[in-house]
Design a protein around this ligand. Structure first.
Ligand SMILES: Cc1cc2nc3c(=O)[nH]c(=O)nc-3n(C[C@H](O)[C@H](O)[C@H](O)COP(=O)(O)O)c2cc1C
Length: 320
């Protein structure tokens, strides 16, 4: 039994697996390239990078693979337009955007022949996205890692969005195994977007301690914190999240006004960069609600083959 392919506008990936964009600097060219080479869609996270840095990452990925490469950028970022244009000019196949809604991005993508894929959390925004020209939508449920836009679970939200639009719907949140992929496809998803599972891979740019925290985590380690972006964020518990949960915010050492609107309780970018570069006690380790189900740090190639085998076993009535 063959896994279905995933077509987003004019681009087709051999496997219906999108590796979610993960900022800051977790999903960079090495991870996105490896996923695209293995048949999925690889997304580079643009949020928190300069336009030059993002351009260099997209260029590196583009030179390394003919597979499907996209860029994820938060609409809430002040340099959203600059980053989208940097990604487009270096040959990104698609732009995935969440944490806000931009009408302009549809025009920029259409003019450049690039697929535009908004992240949505309701039927209303899914329909609006389709009307503006989205090639697909990502439905991100409450299970997801990072910033959260909805209280609803992906598997509950997904069928309603599938019903509401005629474009491919990609389910995100809580997908760790091939059996999870099957559950989402059975509910009408054209594909899945996976974040946490890809954090703990050899090619992810998270530091080793970040990846190991995932492997060592239990369900009790997963917490929701308040982000200055104005949304809740899901992370692994550490001394920093204990402080944040006690409303004891670390001082902002420098501010480059990276967000269009920021609560300024603390600097989210600094804390994400700290964790990515090695300090997993003072930094913020974003993680999905199913991160405790990640038990190893394989290469992307091994992981993708495993996901296909698990999907096949589940589809043939084997594993649940
Ligand atoms: C470490 C980490 C960073 C993330 N950063 C972003 C981001 O910059 N932009 C975004 O749209 N989603 C971000 N996400 C969400 C993922 O792209 C993906 O949709 C989500 O993790 C799916 O849920 P899962 O982790 O249960 O697979 C992040 C998730 C994680 C775990």
């Amino acid at each position: 039994m063959e896994m279905p392919t995933l077509t987003i506008g004019t681009r087709t990936a051999r496997l219906p697996i999108v590796q979610g964009g993960m900022a800051v600097r977790i999903s960079m060219a090495p991870l996105a390239t490896a996923v695209a080479q293995a048949g999925g869609v690889g997304l580079i996270a643009g949020s928190g990078l300069t336009a030059e840095e993002l351009a260099a990452e997209v260029r590196a990925a583009r030179e390394a693979t003919d597979g499907v490469i996209g860029v994820n950028i938060m609409v809430a970022i002040r340099k959203f337009k600059e980053l989208v244009h940097a990604a487009i000019s270096e040959g990104a196949d698609l732009i995935v955007c969440g944490a806000g809604f931009s009408r302009d991005v549809f025009t920029w993508c259409r003019d450049a022949g690039v697929e535009c894929v908004p992240i949505v959390g309701s039927e209303r925004v899914a329909k609006l996205s389709q009307r503006f020209g989205a090639s697909a939508v990502v439905v991100e449920g409450h299970e997801a890692g990072g910033h959260l836009g909805t209280d609803e679970y992906m598997l509950d939200l997904l069928p309603r969005i599938v019903e509401a639009v005629d474009i491919p719907v990609i389910g995100a949140g809580g997908v760790i195994t091939g059996a999870d992929i099957k559950r989402a496809l059975d509910k009408g998803a054209a594909g899945v977007q996976m974040g946490s599972r890809f954090v703990a891979t050899v090619e992810s740019s998270a530091c080793d301690a970040f990846k190991q925290m995932y492997v060592d985590s239990t369900d009790e380690d997963i917490v929701l914190i308040k982000s200055p972006v104005g949304l809740p964020g899901r992370a692994l518990r550490n001394p920093l999240t204990d402080r944040l949960l006690a409303n004891d915010y670390p001082p902002i050492e420098r501010c480059v006004a990276c967000l269009k609107e920021c609560g300024k309780e603390y600097c989210i970018v600094d804390k994400l960069v700290l964790a990515q570069t090695g300090d997993v006690e003072k930094g913020l380790v974003f993680a999905g609600s199913a991160a405790a189900r990640v038990h190893d740090i394989p290469t992307v190639e091994v992981l993708m083959k495993r996901l296909v085998a698990e999907w096949q076993a589940a589809s043939e009535g084997g594993l649940a």
